[in-house]
Design a protein around this ligand. Structure first.
Ligand code: SF4
Length: 325
């Protein structure tokens, strides 16, 4: 199995104000150059503004998240700041349900932070008397999206300015997209195992322990109904990839590849590769230097297993998607 990344621009949903469209309550926008000038190279954006879509208009009075009381389980609603009788909780959730069929084809979603509709986490919440209580909320539209698409990679616009967070989001979107292209529906256990096998070393670079647990689950594929198996494995894979790849775990994964290739290298080539991986481990060389050398030696191996490894595919940094000033 050979999984090609970036065969086309990948459909990704985005809060419309991040595209520079003046749809905010004050008729402004929150243009993100990282999205429109960098990520647009590999993403085909699907911009949506839920507040405009439910008919609130531009400009409009702002809304905010209001918690019935301060207890942990209290209901949270999106209410008007000026007119508290305006409750748009249901319309925002219904809008997410309405666009869900269209969003079946998106492979990631970029949401505007701090918004009572789109914010993914950390949205300010208030009590009915107007006092702020915490910043523990999720926007109503974003919350419903999360319920409808539990494994869809999501990230906030502002966090994507950080190159490591951006790289992690790209990795998750690429994997989610590859899953639907290669495993698809109906889910077949053989395809699921092939997919896991191709991603194995990349997953190990993100979380060794959870990857081994997933390997054990897959040793028992017959115990699960195929679609249930597919959902479970996709969930595990997206969870593992959401952990940043640590230098230690990535070094370990690179050494696994080295182990496969060692029989096809002479003594000085083996020594050079070992030195380079150790330089990476110590932070003296970028991972791209190791990957380039591994790819150079790859054609010598006759084993399909190692040729299929996504760890060795062009990573976001090498595609020029991580540095942006
Ligand atoms: S944050 Fe969401 S609801 Fe608010 S303006 Fe942007 S797209 Fe519209």
């Amino acid at each position: 199995m050979k999984i090609e990344l970036l065969v086309r621009r990948i459909p990704v949903g985005i809060s419309q104000c991040a595209m520079g469209d003046p749809v905010r309550y004050n008729a402004g926008h929150k243009h993100s150059k990282v999205c429109t000038e960098l990520l647009s190279r590999c993403f085909e954006f699907v911009p949506l503004c839920p507040e405009v879509a439910i008919g609130l208009g531009v400009p409009r009075d702002p809304i905010r998240l209001v918690k019935d009381d301060s207890s942990p389980d209290a209901a949270v609603r999106a209410l008007g700041v000026v007119d508290e009788s305006l409750d748009v909780t249901r319309p925002l959730r219904a809008y997410a349900d309405q666009v869900a069929p269209r969003l079946q084809s998106v492979r990631g979603y970029i949401l505007m932070q701090n918004s009572p509709s789109c914010g993914l986490a950390g949205v300010r919440r208030y009590l009915p008397n107007g006092h702020g209580i915490d910043s523990g909320g999720t926007g109503v539209f974003a919350q419903r999206l999360r319920e409808l698409f539990p494994h869809l990679p999501m990230e906030e616009v502002g966090r994507l300015n950080n190159s490591e967070i951006r790289e992690n989001f790209l990795t998750r979107v690429f994997a989610y997209d590859a899953w639907f292209r290669y495993v698809g529906e109906p889910v077949g256990p053989a395809r699921v195992i092939e997919f896991f096998t191709a991603y194995k070393y990349l997953l190990l670079a993100h979380h060794q322990h959870k990857t081994r647990e997933l390997g054990q689950l897959l040793a028992n594929v017959g115990a699960l109904e195929p679609n249930q198996l597919g959902l479970s494995v996709l969930g595990h894979i997206m969870d593992i990839l959401s952990h940043p790849a640590s230098r230690k775990d990535r070094t370990n994964a690179l050494m696994h590849v080295q182990g496969h290739l060692k029989h096809y290298l002479n003594r000085s080539e083996r020594a050079e590769l070992t030195r380079l991986i150790d330089d990476y481990r110590q932070g003296l060389k970028p991972v791209s230097a190791v990957l380039t050398l591994l790819r150079h030696y790859l054609p010598r191996s006759p084993h399909q297993f190692i040729h299929s490894q996504l760890l060795l595919a062009a990573e976001p940094a090498e595609l020029g998607l991580c540095d942006f000033h």
